[in-house]
Each structure stands twice: as C-alpha cells, then as structure tokens.
Write a protein that binds this ligand. Sequence first.
Ligand SMILES: Nc1ncnc2c1ncn2[C@@H]1O[C@H](COP(=O)(O)O)[C@@H](OP(=O)(O)O)[C@H]1O
Ligand SMILES: [Mg+2]
Ligand SMILES: [Mg+2]
Ligand SMILES: [Mg+2]
Length: 318
Amino acid sequence: MSYDREKQVAIQATLSAAKLCEQVRKDIPPAMEKGDKSPVTVADLGSQAIICKAISEVFSHDPIVGEEDATELRKPEMADNLTKVTEYVKGEIADATSEQVINWIDRGNGQVGQRFWTLDPIDGTKGFLRQDQYAIALALIEDGEVKVGVMACPAYPVPNHPPGMLFMAVRGEGAMMMPFATAEETPIRVVKADDTANMRFVESVESSHGDQDRQNAIAQAVGIKADSVRMDSQAKYGAVASGQAALYLRLPSPKSPNYRENIWDHAAGAIVVEEAGGRVTDMYGKPLDFASGPKMLDNQGVIVSNGIIHDTVLAALK
Ligand SMILES: Nc1ncnc2c1ncn2[C@@H]1O[C@H](COP(=O)(O)O)[C@@H](OP(=O)(O)O)[C@H]1O
Ligand SMILES: [Mg+2]
Ligand SMILES: [Mg+2]
Ligand SMILES: [Mg+2]
C-alpha cells in the first residue's frame, strides 16, 4: 500500500502549523498552565487546529490522538485566548472562526485503534518558550506500527540557510530531510561505525525529563567521550537519523520514576530513525508500544541509536 497521499498531507499540514508557531514565537507568547502544571501556549492550540483540520478534510474517518484539547479554551474567562488562537489560525486559514478552531482542536481527542494519527502540535513547549528547539510531530499508525512520520523543526539549524528542517519517513521507503528554505529532499542515514567524529549523544535540556547523571555514565560506558548535546523535543531523533549523533538516551527521572511516555512524543521520531537505519527501544530493549493507548504503559525509558551500538547500550543498562 502506498502512503504518498498521507505523506503529502502530513507535510503540508506540519509546514503550515510551523508558520503559525514561528509567528507566535516572534511575539514571545506567555504560557498558560495545564492541569498537570506543564505549559501550553496559543501556538500549541493553533498548531493542533490547523493539522486536525487538514487531516480531517482528506481522511475524514481517521481518529487523531493529539496532546491538546479545547476544554480550557471553551471557558468564558478564556475568551481572549480563544480570540488570539483564532487570529493566528487565520494567518493560515483566512476564513477560520473561533467555533471551527475549537472543533478542529477537539478532533484531536480521538482514540487509539487499528488506524489513527498521533499529533504533538508542539513537542518541546519549554524549548519553544526559551526560543530553543521544538518540533511539530505527526505520525500515522496502522496495526500497531508507525507507517508515516513527519517532524517539522522550525528552529533546527541548516548550514548556509535560515533554520527550519523537516524530517520524514514512510515505512519501507527510507528517511528524508528537507530544509524549509530549499524544499530539497535528501535521504538521511545514521552514524556509521567508523564515524568517530559524530559519536556523540543527545539528551533533553530539561533535567526533570530524564536522568542526566545516569545518561552520561551510560554514554561513557559505551565509549562516547564527548559531552552530551542537550536539545529539546523530537529534534533529537532528527539528530540521530541524520547522523549528527549516534545515541539519544531518555532514562526515567529519579524525581518521576512512575512517569510513562506519550505516543505523540515518540512515534514520528521513531520511524524517522528506524528508516534511517537506526534502532528504537525502551531501556529494557522492548519495542515501543504505540498500539495500546496514548501512554506507553509497558515501556520505560527510551533508547535511540544508530543500531550498531544499541545492544552495547542495553547491556550497560543492566
Ligand atoms: N517527567 C517527565 N519525564 C519524561 N518526559 C516528560 C516528563 N514530563 C514531561 N515530559 C515530556 O517531555 C516532552 C518534551 O521532551 P524533551 O524533554 O525531550 O524536550 C514534553 O512534551 P511537550 O513539550 O509536547 O509537552 C512532555 O510530554
Ligand atoms: Mg505538553
Ligand atoms: Mg511532546
Ligand atoms: Mg506538546
């Protein structure tokens, strides 16, 4: 089966959402707080609206499992925020109304099933607020397997061009990157065994999202001598897929040992790395479970590598 249509719709939708996010970022957005105390901005909500609309128009029966919902935005005291989100969405969809924006965002309340999309409208909201890395991440899952993944990374550096990189993959067709500036697709591959210059590892900027002491100890144990490169969001998967790093370690934080990862934080990145020749498992070597629900309850930690060093990393973790 061909996924060309899915890939094209996903690329156009994430690039459109990326424009909205960059517009919000220029205006330095204030963050609102969600129920779990994590931040959300008008850009997260606007991005989800744009992408859910685009998917729904073409694939009207596909559920979308998105990170955000419009519960807060519906409250009368949030009217100003709803107006702001709608204004930004209008930059991409000229005739959008607030009512439509709310409904598009809530299209992201879908359930995991035989075929569905998972969406992180801004992965790395903390990075976005710091003017660092963030990603708009969208993936199609069928029969428990990620089939298409697209990550738009508007702040990702591109040599000799303004920042902005799209990473994408279709199962069985390899992984590509495409600078926003040139729109030229190039195939990407993970770091080769003899490429010592790129044998570095990436981890989250946020110390509370992992276990940086242990991550650094494991990297050293597998022979990586350089300090880690800290980067927000699934852009880290892009770094591994494009051979700029050999390893991405995400071990459970000692402060939140019972935390479970969300599917939208990993699905798009995982297929991009796998199709670039790498490997993605949890810290025990188990495949990530994208089929059972929005949280990967049976997985802990995430290990992303160029494949060659993967078993050595898993052994060091024992
Ligand atoms: N205690 C925790 N451990 C691991 N990940 C966490 C976490 N708390 C939040 N996160 C997730 O970390 C993501 C950001 O990843 P990174 O740290 O690699 O930039 C967040 O995505 P959002 O920014 O989409 O909410 C959020 O889902
Ligand atoms: Mg969030
Ligand atoms: Mg996220
Ligand atoms: Mg997010």
